[in-house]
Design a protein around this ligand. Structure first.
Ligand code: SF4
Length: 96
């Protein structure tokens, strides 16, 4: 399984204060976001690649399931704050 991103674009539209994305930040929104899609998807930064970031940076500290759940919680909270339709909510199955 890979992280079930629903491509809502919320994270890409909320990058204020994220130092590693500072070069992409324009008024809080990623300059690489076009029509709600990442225009550098195949070469996007590591921390924008949830599964790769887990393996490279977080796998020594938490299970993949916990990592997915924390990310999903952040996605869904952002979506709620931005008024994004419920159909985009991220759900993590009980067994991954
Ligand atoms: S906020 Fe979550 S679901 Fe939406 S695009 Fe980002 S990672 Fe995907």
């Amino acid at each position: 399984m890979t992280f079930p991103c629903t491509s809502c674009g919320a994270c890409c539209s909320s990058i204020d204060g994220i130092d590693f994305l500072a070069e992409y930040n324009q008024e809080g929104k990623c300059t690489k976001l076009r029509d709600n899609q990442c225009s550098i998807y195949d070469s996007r930064p590591l921390l924008c690649r949830i599964d790769d970031a887990y393996e490279a940076l977080f796998s020594n500290y938490m299970t993949k399931e916990d990592f997915y759940r924390e990310n999903a919680k952040a996605c869904n909270e952002l979506q709620m704050r931005m008024g994004i339709d419920l159909s985009y909510r991220v759900c993590i199955p009980s067994q991954i």
